[in-house]
Design a protein around this ligand. Structure first.
Ligand SMILES: Cc1cc2nc3c(=O)[nH]c(=O)nc-3n(C[C@H](O)[C@H](O)[C@H](O)COP(=O)(O)O)c2cc1C
Length: 352
């Protein structure tokens, strides 16, 4: 799996997980073991002294904190380690997050939760930074490619095809019903995107499958569909090196099938999460939100109409392990988590 000029020892990306579920420690350790480690840029300022000291506003602090996080991840990863940053299109300061990731030395920028139509513009001074959109269909891949070719004379360095029926966090579907659309299953979407890359783009950039990948068999299954790599989130969230609190990881260990639910996120996308007291109240229609502190989403139902809840506050609470008030995003594979694993053990189990 070669992405731009980067070729990791193993064809695996640890997916970006916000807020601060995949920070410098997880990403750095994954990269050190020969896969690609990804920092989630979303909300990274919340724990930084730049923001907490009151010296910088949230958006300025995000920029500084992203650069610091990349430097810390690279220190752990060593000179050969490959570090990506995941920047979500839906964020208010998306352009600034992308620019500061490139300036901070990210090798790859991975971008979903919307179509990253202007991504090459934000990284034009950094031609070595590989750009990877996350899509759920060949139609989205085609839209992005056409726009990039026309406006920026550049094509994506890879596509990540993420399946809404199994993945964690925000899902690439417009409605909850569409989450289970058979056309978006990896079995259909991966060969569709592979065909698009070969027949229409006439190139060989890797197509990487994400959503519901847990073990070697899953990797072989998606490779037989034409994928050249995998992106995994949920299994890496519950690792010793994972940046979340122990209580967050315990919530993963405890989660049963009936606890995994879909919700409408304030961003207007469906999301998959653990049904804890906070989510249960939200589903019943009587959740109490913490105040908006960051204006983090460009379209936020909570900020606009006070419907739903402040997602930044809820994700920060989950990361810290506040079971009553947090939003614990997870993939459907969370039911397979039964212990806190070590990154090196997962990678050697998958690729030995
Ligand atoms: C807790 C959590 C947070 C996530 N946050 C993000 C994010 O900030 N941006 C993003 O593009 N994907 C996010 N994802 C998706 C993952 O990067 C990954 O692609 C997906 O979870 C893969 O499916 P899996 O969890 O079944 O392996 C998140 C997933 C989880 C579980």
């Amino acid at each position: 799996m070669k992405i731009g000029k980067y070729e990791p020892r193993y064809p695996l990306i640890q997916g970006g997980m916000g807020v601060d579920i995949s920070g410098a420690n997880l990403a750095g350790n994954v990269a050190k073991c020969g896969a690609i480690g990804t920092i989630a840029s979303v909300g990274i300022a919340h724990k930084s002294s730049y923001y907490l000291s009151g010296e910088h506003n949230y958006f300025d602090a995000n920029e500084l904190a992203i650069k610091e996080e990349i430097a810390n991840a690279k220190k752990i990863a060593g000179s050969e380690g490959i570090i990506a940053v995941n920047c979500m299109v839906a964020l208010t300061d998306y352009d600034r997050q992308v620019r500061s990731s490139a300036e901070g030395g990210a090798d790859i920028i991975i971008s979903g939760a919307g179509l990253p139509l202007r991504l090459p513009d934000y990284t034009k001074d950094f031609p070595d930074v590989a750009l990877v959109p996350i899509v759920s269909s060949a139609k989205a891949a085609s839209l992005i490619t056409r726009r990039w070719e026309e406006k920026y004379h550049r094509i994506p360095d890879a596509f990540i095809v993420e399946e809404p029926a199994t993945a964690g966090g925000h899902l690439g579907a417009t409605t909850i019903e569409q989450v289970y659309d058979p056309a978006l299953k990896l079995e259909n979407a991966v060969p569709d995107v592979v065909r698009f890359v070969h027949d229409e783009m006439k190139c060989d950039i890797p197509v990487i499958a994400a959503g519901g990948i847990w073990d070697k068999n899953d990797i072989e299954r998606v490779f037989s569909l034409g994928a050249k790599g995998v992106q995994m989130g949920t299994r890496f969230a519950c690792t010793v090196e994972g940046d979340a609190s122990d209580r967050f990881k315990q919530a993963y260990i405890d989660a049963k099938e009936e606890d995994v639910v879909l919700i409408h996120s304030p961003a207007g996308l469906p999301g998959r999460a653990i049904k804890n007291p906070f989510v249960a109240k939200y589903l019943e229609g009587n959740v109490e939100s913490k105040p908006c502190f960051a204006n983090c989403l460009s379209h936020c139902r909570y900020r606009k109409t006070r419907e739903t809840f402040c997602i930044a506050a809820a994700l920060v609470d989950a990361q810290a392990g506040n079971w009553e008030t947090g939003l614990f995003f997870c993939g459907s594979n969370v039911v397979k988590v039964n212990k806190v694993e070590k990154v090196a053990d997962i990678i050697s189990e998958l690729f030995d």
